[in-house]
Design a protein. Sequence first.
Length: 415
Amino acid sequence: MDYGLTEQQREIVELARQIAQKKIKPVREHYDKTEEFPWPIVEEIAKADLFAVYLPEECGGLGGGTLELALVAEELSKACGGIALSVATSALCAIPILLYGTPQQRKRWLSELASGKRLGAFTITEPGAGSDATATKAAARLDGDHYVLNGIKNFCSTGSAAELYTVFASTNPNRGARGISAFVVEKGTPGFTFGKKEEKMGIRANSTYELVFENCRIPKENLLYKEGYGLFVAQDTFDCSRPGVAAQALGIAQGALDETLAYIRMRKQFGQSISSFQAIQHMMADCATSIEAGRALLYSTCRAMDRELKPAVDKAIQEGTTVFEAMEKLGSRRWTKESGMCKVFCSDTAMRVTTDCVQMCGGIGYMRDFPVEKYMRDAKITQIYEGTNQIQRNEIAMMMIKEAASKSRKELVSA
């Protein structure tokens, strides 16, 4: 399908494809088995400027947006969703800085993330606060020119490999959800250490760690926007980042289908290739149709988001404000519903497609020395992180109800 990509976007896809096929594919089994962090591949991704595709030129980026990030995530994930995750987690750290950071904060941190010299991570989950981020127990108390942070965060992707972390903590526990704030914490800050390294089902090439903060002193200029805006920061970040999860899921699904097609065309049973059996052909058709439908939804959503986000970024740079403030001035809308739809549809597609691919390949599909079972293991997390698909359905429905109520009020006023 021709999605009308620009010349620059096609070049980005080709760069990512070359790295995926030549650098990632030959070593993906090694990193999946050993759970080592793939530093040599990350360096190749950085050299190709793929960490920079979605960031403004002022901050060392290539001036792209959500679609460019999705294109990179999808293409790299066709080879390995775990290795591709280093790009996604750095973006997840960068997006809140891009949206809510001051001009000084943007210049200070985004250029490093754009170059790939430093990797980023995002941590909001706690042992007692998963889908319910309002249950955050980590607390930050202002003490002179620093905030003193105490608490534990878990399931942090890119874990100890990152050097910049967007961290959420309560600065006013009495205000509940309205008391949560967002900070940027740098690796090596006294009082910041790593706890348990998780052993996972999939995406094993990306390290997942527990983060421990014990009287960790964070300069107050590392606060993003204002105290009490943490949940706004998180919600707006996820609106922009969930299409990236959808792209990762699509890449995993497409990679699994590509491997499966290559195998079932060659594998013979009853004197003919498996791909000639109608039952298998129907599964192939359903897999391909679902992937293409997800891609159409994802790309159209990314384009629509970028039509609002990129002008807001330009305005913020020109006026020296935050992108969040520029978006408010421009009357930008929330993309909670559409980004949630992308994540739900594409991640459910990935799980269904990879499961069907294992089935089409038969016994060999279940074996560790054949790549299809890895795609299936990697696909599962896309239904869980950045908001489970059950939570996404709640948010989609709530936005639908709000939109219907708003439409009814307008109709009453105009009647």
